[in-house]
Ligand binder design. Structure first.
Ligand code: G6P
Length: 696
């Protein structure tokens, strides 16, 4: 568990006396579990740098490589999870400019400014990525006569944001360079070869000795060894104490020491929130311009949010935030309801969809319905280039990174980060929130990653409480105000993961029904932060206590609830509009630990899918969506290209274990019958019932 940003894309590098290109390819294969949408390799041949890239899988990349695979002495490889620019050959890494080839993980925040400056100076870009500014900058300094290591140092001095960089240069054929800031890089130490990777598993077959490169350090790798220096100095740094031995097995390493992807993702929340915020926090005005909202801000009358599952709960929290900051009415609907109820969409409405995957069929349908009815559409999404992002008028990306656990955690807090940004940006543009208020709020937002880390320290305490809940048949989660949607989300986690019936309620509603369920020992989780509403929560607690309910309080003010609870979980205090960022954390952990104690399948709970991309009524000509949904391979109206893209998505989203053998193209032969079969076999092998409805 390094404190660094967890990146999704993968980096591999090699410099040695002689090895097959297979080594780089195998390294990338070992990072495949992280997910990616494109891949590429660059290596030095006799005369220069040879580059192979594809928007497809590693299998597709393999088909492009020369056979037999050449022997190389230096090379870099990358699996990309798109952040800036859709998956395409041009946007895949490595990016090569004038003999400098670069792979990059992370986000270069100031790439727009750098690109504008470089273009004005005559540099021609060939991709839409933030990454390409790096080789362009290095090339600029090489043109000015600097040696490669100094050119890299000068280039890096311009970069703001998170980056892990692997760099090779055709004029310096024996040296591989690495630099990082807030994005991890490890150097594998060998006898006569050195290795580079974003993640330990890639290198485990070659070495167990690693240097975890520190922020602001630069590593110079040659077959004979590694030199370290500060990125702004020529002085070498001592290697003593920097080399660590790692005894992870490859399986452990994938999860970076965590038992489950879900737990790893819960712990990645500080990074996801920070990455989402920092892209725009200093420039909310430009955010509005990019959303295309600036020009029409006067006409903006109403916001309507549509989403499913956890994303819907984020929308409910977003309503509190936006109404507070923008003083505009915000309606929030479950996407399937929105689309079924012929919604009224008055002029001046912006429809916001919130979706981790960007592929949820109901959310997409809601977006389409809104568009057809003349609303402007904005999607808050975690997957670059996904369908909602292609169809919406504007996109606000969350930067949670790939979420592998079926049950959503880090996407939720990243969505809250995006919604708080949106609230502040809209509020400022509408003149509803003053500069002073924004200046007051910003430190609270910037503190969030640290506060989430503090909330994660409740883990041990939560695990103890979980032991007492494994036998529960039913639970209630209760909150007031902005904590009410958190109660809904906490209950959803418990249902999804531990299969315990759980309901979320606004505290004021308990006496209107749910109190009838309370009998001796029924667990009730109260979200009770000090916000002016806690007095009323106290009286709700008394009501439940009087009937024998078992009371678990999540609070930032333990003194106010002393002697009122059977168990208390203390989270840090924050701004009242940001409380859900911390109150959700122990609820995610609680559901996780109860599920583990009960022996449930944490990363793939029964009957659930990561992304519900296919609708159960969409069967050929019986398709229920007017004008056809076009989101199912069974839809009569679908084009071959759409079908192909769905096949790719399904293959990726369902994590088919045998997908390497079944490229999306082959799955599509015989009109998708293979695809249907593969999905069913996969579900059966996991003991799942058929939640992916297929007509085959
Ligand atoms: C499925 C997942 C949930 C997710 C929901 C919405 O039900 O199991 O975890 O919240 O879809 O997904 P989206 O990708 O649109 O956020």
């Amino acid at each position: 568990m390094s404190g660094k940003g967890e990146t999704v894309s993968g980096i591999v590098g090699y410099v040695g006396k002689k090895d097959s290109l297979q080594l780089l390819f195998d390294g990338l294969t070992r990072l495949e579990y992280r997910g990616y949408d494109s891949s590429g390799i660059a290596f030095k041949n006799g005369s220069g740098i040879e580059v192979y890239k594809t928007p497809g899988s590693l299998k597709d990349l393999q088909k492009m490589l020369p056979t037999p695979l050449p022997i190389i002495t230096i090379g870099i490889g990358h699996t990309r999870w798109a952040t800036h620019g859709a998956p395409s050959t041009a946007n895949a890494h490595p990016h090569t400019v004038k003999g400098v080839s670069v792979v990059h993980n992370g986000i270069i925040e100031n790439y727009r400014e750098l690109r504008t400056e470089l273009e004005a100076a005559g540099h021609v870009f060939s991709s839409q990525t933030d990454t390409e500014v790096v080789p362009q900058l290095i090339a600029r300094y090489l043109d000015r006569g600097l040696p490669i290591d100094e050119a890299i140092q000068h280039a890096v001095a311009h970069l703001r944001g998170a980056y892990a960089l692997g760099i090779i240069h055709e004029g310096t054929p024996e040296t591989l360079f690495a630099v990082c800031n807030n994005s991890p890089l490890v150097i594998g130490i060998g006898a006569d070869a050195q290795y580079l990777a974003s993640d330990v598993p890639a290198l485990l077959p070659y070495t167990r000795n690693f240097i975890h490169l520190e922020d602001g350090h630069m590593a110079v790798l040659r077959s004979s060894g590694v030199d370290l220096k500060h990125v702004d100095s020529r002085e070498p740094l001592p290697l003593e104490g920097k080399i660590v031995t790692n005894n992870w097995t490859p399986a452990m390493a994938e999860k970076q020491g965590y038992d489950h992807f879900m737990l790893k993702e819960i712990y990645e929340q500080p990074q996801g929130v920070m990455d989402t915020l920092r892209e725009w926090l200093d420039d909310t005005n430009r955010l509005m311009d990019e959303m295309g909202i600036s020009g029409t801000i006067r006409d903006l009358r109403r916001l309507h949010i549509a989403a499913c599952g956890t994303s819907y709960h984020a929308g409910l929290v977003g309503r509190y935030m936006i109404e507070k900051f923008v003083h505009l009415p915000v309606a929030v609907d479950i996407a399937s309801e929105f689309r079924d109820m012929s919604p009224i969409i008055p002029k001046g409405t912006v429809l916001i969809t919130i979706t981790q995957s960007g592929e949820t069929a109901d959310t997409l349908a809601a977006q389409r319905v809104a568009k057809e009815n003349g609303a402007r559409t904005l999607t808050i999404c975690n997957v670059v280039g996904s369908t909602t992002t292609r169809e919406a008028d504007s996109v606000l990306y969350t930067r949670a990174g790939l979420e592998i656990g079926v049950v959503s955690t880090k996407a939720f807090t990243a969505q809250l980060a995006a919604l708080s940004l949106l609230g502040i940006a809209l509020g400022a543009k509408k003149g509803k929130i003053s500069d002073l208020e924004i200046r007051t709020l910003k430190p609270f937002l910037l503190d969030l990653p640290g506060l989430i880390r503090q909330a994660l320290q409740t883990d041990e305490k939560v695990r103890e409480i979980a032991k007492t809940l494994a036998g529960a048949k039913s639970m209630l989660y209760v909150g007031r105000g902005i904590n009410y949607p958190v109660a809904l989300e906490g209950a959803l986690k418990m249902k999804e993961l531990a299969y315990i019936h759980a309901d979320g309620y606004p505290a004021g509603e308990i006496k209107h029904g749910p109190i009838a369920l309370i009998e001796e020992g029924v667990p009730v989780v109260f979200l009770a932060t000090i916000d002016g509403l806690h007095e009323r929560i106290l009286s709700n607690i008394e009501d439940v206590r009087a009937r024998g309910g078992r009371i678990i309080v999540v609070t930032d003010s333990p003194a106010a609830f002393r002697n009122k609870a059977d168990d208390m979980i203390v989270v840090p205090a924050t701004h009242p509009a940001l409380v859900p960022f911390v109150t959700i954390v122990p609820l995610q952990l609680l559901a996780y630990h109860v599920a583990v104690i009960k022996g449930c399948n944490v990363d793939q709970p029964r009957n659930l899918s990561k992304s519900i991309t296919v609708e159960d009524k969409c069967h050929n000509t019986g398709c229920s969506y007017s004008r056809f949904c076009r989101t199912s391979i069974a839809c009569a109206a679908i084009t071959p290209d759409e079908k192909k893209s769905i096949a790719h998505k399904v293959v990726r989203l369902l994590h088919l274990s045998n997908w390497e053998q079944m490229s999306a193209a082959s799955l599509l032969e015989s009109s998708g019958q293979e695809l249907g079969k593969a999905v069913h076999q996969e579900q059966a092998s996991k003991g799942l019932s058929t939640c992916f409805v297929s007509p085959y």
